[in-house]
Design a protein around this ligand. Structure first.
Ligand code: HEC
Ligand code: HEC
Length: 329
């Protein structure tokens, strides 16, 4: 038994080893059969993701709201779209979505391909018309060539745009974090507070009931008792009580770079998140049965935050791509 755990409350070595096993990183990234990996698609999708010409006013790209420097979010409480439109929800990260079972805070998109063209055409987001975008891209020789290589014999279309962006997004994976080095056996990778925090996360604090697996999400929807009028999944599936105020469990990888937290950006620090679960939530019929008063001590709160911090990797920064230039007439 490691000295990191107090004598009577800590898990045995075997129990701890079993806990760690659930969080091992997968070796490969999954790609769907109808849109397999190719480097040409990744390169094209990378350009499209960063290209403001995808928006109606050529001022906003996907990366405006999913910024690699802000852990692929935007650092704002809720997104700001075309013409300074304030969006209803926070811009989530696009990290590790290759494994996601559904997308958006309420799960309304089933795949990255299905999601990709939504924000381009949404008036409140990029406010672009698809026919106009197809003409714009078709007029740029660099894009004509890139689409030809990525999708030989296929036209530039909403479908090929979506496939390229989705393929790029699947390659956006969080890197090795101190936590990963610890579960692989490097005892010095994280400190004792973080090790105690990991155990609390999996036991008394019950976080792992929903933040499970290597991405720290069950890909499911829960009401955790935040107070706002957004009904989340309950708006899509009316009449099902547990779905009222239910949102998708966010993954916790690289979480330190993504404040403010929650679907509405209402919680500003990791310590406040933990205090929310301890006793800050509202009681209502839709509240998840996995959320209950935890009665955490100040030390436990400190340890949980120390643990959450070890989930953040120092990823190599993804370069802003060189964009194909428009033809000068
Ligand atoms: C104006 C800001 C903004 C822009 C521009 C934008 N997004 Fe988003 N994105 C959001 C917000 C806000 C959500 C969450 C909306 C919701 O769940 O209701 C979101 C959700 C997503 C998701 C789902 C993530 C998850 O965890 O479920 C993906 C994927 C995504 N966007 C990709 C893109 C792509 C690709 C583009 C460019 C074509 C783009 N976004 C442009 C703000 C933006
Ligand atoms: C009942 C399932 C459930 C439990 C238990 C749970 N969470 Fe969550 N967690 C969620 C959901 C769902 C959200 C998003 C809620 C929202 O935005 O409305 C969330 C959000 C978060 C966020 C913010 C992530 C972001 O990107 O905004 C953090 C951090 C977090 N939880 C950590 C924890 C910790 C630490 C514990 C244990 C003390 C815990 N969670 C227990 C389901 C759960």
């Amino acid at each position: 038994m490691s000295a990191a755990f107090s004598a009577n409350a800590g898990p045995t070595d075997a129990e701890l080893a079993k806990m760690k096993l659930q969080y091992q990183r997968p070796e490969t990234v999954p790609f769907p059969k109808d849109n397999p990996f190719s480097q040409a698609k990744v390169d094209l999708g990378h350009k499209l993701f960063f290209d403001p010409r995808l928006s109606g006013t050529s001022t906003m790209s996907c990366a405006s709201c999913h910024n690699p420097g802000l852990s692929w979010g935007d650092g704002l409480a809720t997104g700001v779209g075309s013409a300074a439109n304030k969006l209803g929800r926070r811009s989530p990260t696009i990290l590790n979505l290759a494994w996601a079972e559904s997308l958006m805070w309420d799960g309304r998109a089933g795949s990255l391909e299905e999601q990709a063209t939504g924000p381009i055409e949404a008036k409140v987001e990029m406010n672009q018309s698809m026919p106009r975008l197809l003409t714009t891209l078709g007029d740029i020789p660099g894009y004509r060539a890139a689409f030809q290589v990525a999708f030989p014999g296929e036209p530039i279309s909403a479908k090929t745009i979506a496939k390229a962006i989705a393929t790029f997004e699947r390659t956006v994976v969080s890197g090795q974090a101190p936590f990963d080095r610890w579960i692989e056996g490097d005892e010095k990778a994280i400190d004792d507070a973080a090790k105690r925090g990991f155990v609390t996360f999996n036991t008394k604090a019950n976080c792992s009931a929903c933040h499970s697996g290597w991405r720290f999400t069950d890909d499911s929807f829960h009401d955790i008792g935040l107070t706002d009028g957004d009904l989340g999944k309950g708006k899509l599936v009316p009449g099902v009580e547990p779905l009222l105020h239910a949102f998708k469990t966010p993954g916790l990888r690289n979480i330190a770079g993504r404040a403010p937290y929650m679907h509405n950006g209402s919680v500003t620090t990791m310590a406040t998140v933990v205090r929310h679960y301890s006793d800050g939530f509202v009681q209502r019929p839709s509240l998840s049965p996995e959320v209950y008063k935890l009665k955490l001590t100040e030390n436990e709160i400190h340890d949980l935050v120390a643990f959450l911090k070890t989930l953040t990797s120092t990823d190599a920064t993804i370069a802003v791509p060189v964009l194909p230039i428009s033809e000068v007439n």
